[in-house]
Design a protein around this ligand. Sequence first.
Ligand code: FES
Length: 87
Amino acid sequence: MIGVKVGDKLIALYNVAGRIYATDNVCTHAFAVLSDGWLDGAEIECPLHAGRFDVATGKGLGPPIPSDLKTYKTRVVGDEVQIAVAD
Ligand code: FES
């Protein structure tokens, strides 16, 4: 997993068994950068208070997470990962 900046958005990219997922890279609980955490299968664990999210759906997986993460569609074109960030 890596963190990238797209415009003013901080986005985390995750490689889960060869499939690339993208979410906001800032935890919804407090300010922590998720790409500094731990990826376990399709779950990202926040480095600050160990909250967990499903990286495919953005769903928060219990306390202390107050809300889900925004997710973004991705596609791989040649050597590039493209992220759909338009609202
Ligand atoms: S900042 Fe992520 S769980 Fe608290």
